[in-house]
Design a protein around this ligand. Structure first.
Ligand code: NAD
Length: 293
């Protein structure tokens, strides 16, 4: 059984990005820059933002954090985003989700200039991913999973791929990534799927993004399959686990991602790939090869 080691793979990509950014600076260009907007005091969001900023700085991306109070109005938040849209020194804008319930998340995503939409959530970028038209941005978690499969030479051609979870940030864009050029056959399952096991058992590659510990047990997995666990769940004892019963499923799978240390680090590194990708487009350079599928 092969452990798909997100920490190792992401280290290699981070090193490549670091060298690439050094080269831009050597040629007299400014550093790429990423603005992260954090609304409120959610502890998990604070940890994610800290990790994103620290990793950015490590590779030479200038990161700015805009901390805003929980009570901020939708109009005020929109005006903050517009300021960043107009700032030529900012390449990527990320609004950490979830937002407080009085703010319309869709409206906020639509406010971000698509050419700075480092998360790839703007309808224009989702449309580009769906149609293959133009140079878009692929959401970070699906891009990270794609880069991980590529690193381990796991070919998707002709494979039956089952994705459990259909969110806008993981499941849906993941299905579009795999559907590109009609390489694989995709099934997307969600909370209203009847008999989940009948689908997951057929998967050559299984991607699970739900947020329920041990949702996927060994009897639900095909022998010799590749299992990608996106879930992040904090148990009462403080331990972080995924959605897959790792200890039992690992004996049946050909390859599996651990939690933590699998998809998580790949998501963070993809955010930086996307930042450099948008920086390159802003400077009239070709799209970043790692940001393409
Ligand atoms: P979400 O809550 O937006 O979506 C969950 C999806 O799971 C929905 O499509 C829902 O229909 C489906 N679902 C719920 N119960 C189900 C069931 N019993 N059977 C089948 N499908 C079911 O979640 P999300 O934002 O996509 O995140 C999913 C998980 O992935 C969470 O644990 C989140 O923390 C984690 N996550 C991890 C990373 C990472 O980098 N590792 C990134 C994003 C999200």
């Amino acid at each position: 059984m092969l452990i798909l080691d997100g920490r190792e793979v992401s280290k290699k990509i981070l090193e490549d990005l670091k060298q690439e950014i050094k080269e831009y600076e050597r040629k007299g260009f400014r550093k790429p820059s990423l603005a992260v907007i954090l609304v409120g005091e959610d502890p998990a969001s604070k940890i994610y933002v800290k990790r994103k900023r620290e990793t950015s700085e490590k590779v030479g991306i200038h990161s700015i954090c805009v901390n805003l109070p929980e009570s901020i109005s939708e109009e005020e938040l929109i005006s903050e985003i517009k300021n960043l849209n107009d700032d030529d020194n900012i390449d990527g804008i990320l609004v950490q989700l979830p937002l407080p319930s009085h703010i319309n998340t869709g409206k906020i995503i639509e406010t971000i200039n698509p050419s700075k939409d480092v998360d790839g959530f703007h309808p224009e970028n989702v449309g580009r991913l769906a149609t293959g038209i133009g140079k878009g941005v692929i959401p970070c978690t699906p891009l990270g999973i794609w880069l991980m499969l590529k690193h381990y030479n796991i070919d998707i051609f002709g494979k039956d791929i089952v994705i459990v979870g259909a969110s806008n940030i993981v499941g849906k864009p993941m299905s579009l990534v795999f559907l590109k050029d009609e390489k694989a056959t995709i099934t997307v399952c969600h909370k209203n799927t009847k008999d989940l096991k009948s689908h997951t058992q057929k998967a050559d590659i299984l991607v699970v993004a739900v947020g329920k510990p041990k949702l996927i047990t060994d009897d639900m997995v095909k022998e010799g399959s590749v299992v990608i666990d996106v879930g992040i769940n904090r148990l009462e004892n403080g331990k972080i686990v995924g959605d897959v019963d790792f200890e039992n499923v690992k004996n049946k799978a050909f390859a599996i991602t651990p939690v933590p240390g699998g998809v998580g680090p790949m998501t963070v590194v993809s955010l930086l790939v996307n930042t450099v990708h948008l920086y390159r487009l802003r400077h009239g350079f070709p799209p970043h090869p790692f940001a393409q599928i």
